[in-house]
Each structure stands twice: as structure tokens, then as C-alpha cells.
Design a protein. Structure first.
Length: 570
């Protein structure tokens, strides 16, 4: 890191140290919700698994309480229990959840319908599976306003527009008629936030509210949540694996693992003097290391020049094309074996569209060369033999994993198509190895995606891509749903596999800390165009473009929060 960067980091660290914590400026409020001795079990056939074991916590009016822990720790299950949104296989062997004097676990369903979306709202972690694919954004946000406030159509539209603008959706009026699949992952998450805040609830449950957002929008959303919380005197239950966010937002924190609360207390006290070894482990976990040195003599795996992906905008009775959405507009790149090309930029900048075009999963204009051969004119049939060598890990694992297939069937699907000579036992053995590489037990093969946490599902998606031993992999936000320690494991895993197999990665991410740990070369995109590109060290230490500087500034601020939390622990 350059002297300038070190000086900047030192200055911002000092700013963080001097900044008053949320606890320092808040007063212990009257208890709004009280969770007592909550236990949750899930039944699968003849087996029962306890996901939450005797958890208790309180949230005061206007207070922010964070529950942190790794994937599978039980934090989301605890939060969903408040609104009774768990599947029918769930049961509550013990526990009480009191909200405004009423035990929600024993309340009538009609009472719960009045509470959900009005007095208590929730921001889900995976917006694509939470939003209705058949309804427009306006209808989905407007529905909760009509149900609980009885607004007419004009007033409802005005409020929806106001909410969409507040959460940073550009051209909100044009987006009213859009469907979820027409928005980027970050834009869908912002729609979820707008929907949750529509009725100004007493309690907002935020389950990883910034997971799918780029760093600049993360900062805006966190500031927005704080402002709205102050304005409405709203309590917040924050479920997250990002300790930087906890340090910025939370008054008190509960640390969970294995379904139990291991440590609790004021956030500043827990960070400054963690008592449990697991808390110290969380505070010390983050992606580390540097990418392998780039080799300019390595063979080019994939290359394109002046690539364009334009989507027509059609209007009128005859659906004439009146304009285009220029998702990718004249982009050129070259990716060599054993190297990682990072693509960064805000939601809607064209990052994922670029990757899909290179894989020939959407139409594009411009030459695409893979291992020396032009593939941009290849038919779907001609591309099929190449699919084994060109794999993808999607941003939303729950949407990309079939709920009807077991983990074994999901991971082995590529082997069944590309290696039909393998018998059942050979495929099962390879699946077990692939799962082990991404940190899952071999006995997970016979379970289904809904039985895993978000982070565990993403590891299944990584295993599915790696099992075919490809040469080129597009990684679309592969660590966005993972807690910090698992992010570090996945980065190390990807780095090790790259070195072992000479893999080429196209790494799409808004987490610039992960990008720096993994990528040799970085492209910064905005509105379909490249605004800056170069070796990773140059981009991070000597950015030239104002947009790049804004991205790095927002990312660096959160990184300082995480570092400050870690420094307090040591």
C-alpha cells in the first residue's frame, strides 16, 4: 500500500475512534419486544433438528439491536419467529415473544396479519425470492399501503414514488411498471427496503439489508435507515455478518452460534472487550492475502473488443423501438489463464450483463474469442460442449438451485450431462469431494436447498461450478451472502483452485476488499461504459476517475469500521 493510502487509512481510523458510538448517544428505552427462552425445531421425516436453543433478547423503543453470527447460527430463524414466517415443519418447544403486551407465538393468524407489514416489517435477505415475479414494483409496494392505510390509487402512487426515491432508485417513475426480473440485484433489494418502510413500522427487522448493494448505496441505505429510525422513533433488529455495519448502527449486540447466544452486551463493550472465543474469531475474520502475480505471457482464455449489449425499448400499439438501454456499450477486455479480472461498479452498471454476454447466455454485438476461437456467432448447440469449460456462480443461490433436487442431484447435474460414462458411485464420490472443498459435509448430499442458510447455499453453487473442472468461471457476487470468515475461506479456496488448475476468473463484486484480495486487474463500470481500468494496485492506490474515488471512499469507510472493531478487540 502506498504512503498516501496509509496516511488516509490512519486519518480515517482516527476519525472512527473519535466518532461517538450509537450507544454513547442513546438512552435505554422502554422494552418494545421481548423474546424469552425461544427454541425452534425443524422436522424432516423422522428427524428433528434444533435450529434455535433457548434464545432470549429484548429490543427497546427506538433502539437498534444486532444479532451476529455465521451462516447457520440461527439468527435469521430467531428473527423470522417474531412474525411467525417459518415453514410448517417448524415448531416451538419453548419460548414467548411479547410485543406490546401480546405473545406473538400464541396470537391468532388474523392478529398477525394486522401486525405484519404495519407494526412490524421485514427486509429479507434474498429479494428475488421475496418479490412476486408476476406483479409490478408499483403494485407490490402499493399493496401494503392499500391493505393497512386504505390509500386510493393516486395517493398510493405518490407514496410509492416517494419511497423509491428515498431508497435511491434512479428514474423511479419509469421503474413503477417494471417487474423484479427487470431490475438488478441491488435495485431489487432497494425495492424490498421501500416496501418494508412503507407504513413506518414500530419495529423493522433487517435481515442482511445491504448484502446485494454496492458500497456507495450501502452507505446511503445505512444513513437512510438511521435517519428514518430517528424520525419515526423506530426500533430495528439488524441481522448481519458484517461487523462494520454493527459498529456503525447497533446499540446492543447478541452473538449467536449453533442456535445459542454466546455473548451479549452493548456493542462498544463487546467490540472493546469480547469475552467469548467465538466473538474474537468473528472480529479477526476477513479476506486476507494478495492475488497471484499476473503473467502477461500466459495464454488468453477469453477476449472481446467493442462489445455491445443494447436492449430495445418498445412502445406504442405496434411496439416500435424508440430507444435502447445500453447495458454494455463498447467494452474491451482480455483475460489470461491463471488471472482474475475484477469488474466493479454500482448496481445497474452492466457488470452482470457483461459476464452473461461473454458466456453467450445473452445476445451481444462484437467479437468474443475463447481460447483463440470466435464464439460470438455460435448457436446454442455449438456452445453446449464448451459449457463444461465455461461455468458461472450466480449472485442469488436460492434462485439458481432447484428446490426439487437434492444437493447431490444439483452438484452432479453437470457430470451427468458432460461425463455420462461415470456411474452413480463415481458421481457421488466426486460430489462429496466438491462439497468438502467448499466447507460442507459429505452427508449434506441428501438434503435440499431450503434446509441450508444463505451462505451454505452459495457454497453449494460454488461446488456445482467447480466439479466440472472448468477453465473460465464467471463469479457474480459469490461472497455477497457469506459471513466474513466464510468469505475468507472462499477467497482462499478460489485462489488455491486457480493456482492448481490455472483458472481464469471474471469476478463481479461490490465488495472491494474481496476484489483487492483476489483480482490482478480491475475494470470500473458505470452506465455500461468503462470509466477506469488497470492493475489492481493502481486502481486501489492511485485512482484517477472521480467515480472510482467515490466507490473506494465508501468501501474504505466500511473497511475502517471493521478494522476499528478488530483493533478494539486486540
Amino acid at each position: 500500500m502506498s504512503e498516501t493510502s496509509q496516511a488516509k487509512e490512519q486519518a480515517q481510523r482516527q476519525t472512527m475512534i473519535e466518532r461517538p458510538s450509537p450507544t454513547a448517544t442513546s438512552k435505554r428505552a422502554q422494552t418494545l419486544i421481548s423474546v424469552r427462552n425461544l427454541s425452534v425445531e425443524f422436522r424432516s421425516g423422522d428427524q428433528t433438528m434444533r435450529a434455535v436453543d433457548g434464545v432470549s433478547f429484548n429490543i427497546g423503543t427506538g433502539e437498534t439491536v444486532a444479532i451476529v453470527g455465521e451462516s447457520g447460527s440461527g439468527k435469521t430463524v430467531s428473527a423470522l419467529s417474531i412474525l411467525r414466517l417459518l415453514p410448517g415443519s417448524a415448531s416451538f418447544p419453548s419460548g414467548e415473544i411479547y410485543f406490546q403486551g401480546k405473545d406473538l407465538l400464541r396470537a391468532r393468524e388474523s392478529d398477525m396479519r394486522e401486525i405484519r407489514g404495519d407494526k412490524i416489517s421485514i427486509i429479507f435477505q434474498e429479494p428475488m425470492t421475496s418479490l412476486n415475479p408476476l406483479h409490478t414494483i408499483e403494485k407490490q409496494i402499493g399493496e401494503v399501503l392499500q391493505l393497512h392505510r386504505g390509500l386510493d390509487e393516486a395517493a398510493c402512487r405518490e407514496r410509492v414514488l416517494e419511497l423509491m426515491q428515498k431508497v435511491g432508485i434512479h428514474d423511479a417513475k419509469k421503474r413503477l411498471g417494471a417487474y423484479p426480473h427487470q431490475l438488478s440485484g441491488g435495485q431489487r433489494q432497494r425495492v424490498m427496503i421501500a416496501l418494508a418502510l412503507a407504513n413506518e413500522p414500530d419495529l423493522l427487522i433487517a435481515d442482511e439489508p445491504t448484502t446485494a448493494l454496492d458500497v456507495t448505496i450501502q452507505a446511503q441505505i445505512l444513513e437512510l435507515l438511521r435517519d428514518l429510525q430517528k424520525e419515526m422513533h423506530m426500533a430495528m433488529l439488524l441481522i448481519t455478518h458484517d461487523l462494520g455495519i454493527v459498529h456503525k448502527m447497533a446499540d446492543r449486540v447478541y452473538v449467536m452460534n449453533g442456535g445459542k447466544v454466546l455473548e451479549e452486551g452493548n456493542a462498544a463493550d463487546v467490540f472493546a472487550n469480547p469475552q467469548h472465543a467465538y466473538t474474537r474469531h468473528l472480529l479477526e475474520s476477513e479476506p486476507k492475502g494478495t492475488p497471484p502475480k499476473g503473467d502477461d505471457t500466459a495464454p488468453v482464455v477469453i477476449e472481446t473488443s467493442n462489445l455491445k449489449v443494447w436492449f430495445p425499448i418498445k412502445r406504442g400499439l405496434l411496439k416500435r423501438t424508440v430507444d435502447h438501454v445500453k447495458a454494455v456499450d463498447g467494452l474491451s477486455l482480455k483475460l489470461r489463464a491463471g488471472q482474475t479480472l475484477g469488474v466493479v461498479g454500482e448496481s445497474g452498471s452492466g457488470k452482470t450483463t457483461l459476464g452473461l454476454a461473454l458466456l453467450r447466455l445473452i445476445s451481444s454485438d462484437g467479437p468474443i474469442t475463447y481460447l483463440g476461437n470466435r464464439i460470438d456467432a455460435n448457436s446454442w448447440k455449438q456452445m453446449r460442449p464448451l459449457r463444461k469449460q465455461m461455468q458461472i456462480v450466480f449472485q442469488d443461490p436460492f434462485g439458481s438451485l432447484s428446490p426439487r433436487l437434492s444437493v447431490s442431484q444439483i452438484v452432479e447435474e453437470g457430470l451427468t450431462i458432460q461425463n455420462p460414462e461415470l456411474d452413480y458411485d463415481e458421481r457421488r464420490s466426486r460430489v462429496a469431494i466438491a462439497l468438502g472443498e467448499v466447507g460442507l459435509d459429505a452427508d449434506a448430499q441428501d438434503r435440499y436447498p431450503h434446509e441450508f442458510s444463505g451462505g451454505q447455499r452459495q457454497r453449494i453453487a460454488v461446488a456445482r461450478a467447480m466439479i466440472l473442472e472448468p477453465k473460465f468461471i464467471m463469479l457474480d457476487e459469490p461472497t455477497s451472502a457469506l459471513d466474513m470468515s466464510v468469505q475468507a475461506q472462499i477467497v482462499d479456496l478460489l485462489r488455491d483452485l486457480q493456482k492448481k488448475r490455472d483458472l481464469a476468473y471474471l469476478f463481479i463484486s461490490h465488495d472491494l476488499k474481496v476484489v483487492r484480495a483476489l483480482c490482478n486487474y480491475v475494470i470500473v463500470m458505470r452506465a455500461g461504459k468503462v470509466v477506469e481500468e488497470g492493475p489492481a494496485d493502481d486502481i486501489f492506490d492511485r485512482p484517477q476517475n472521480d467515480y472510482t474515488k467515490a466507490l473506494l471512499s465508501a468501501a474504505f469507510d466500511l473497511a475502517v469500521d471493521r478494522s476499528h472493531a478488530r483493533d478494539l478487540a486486540t
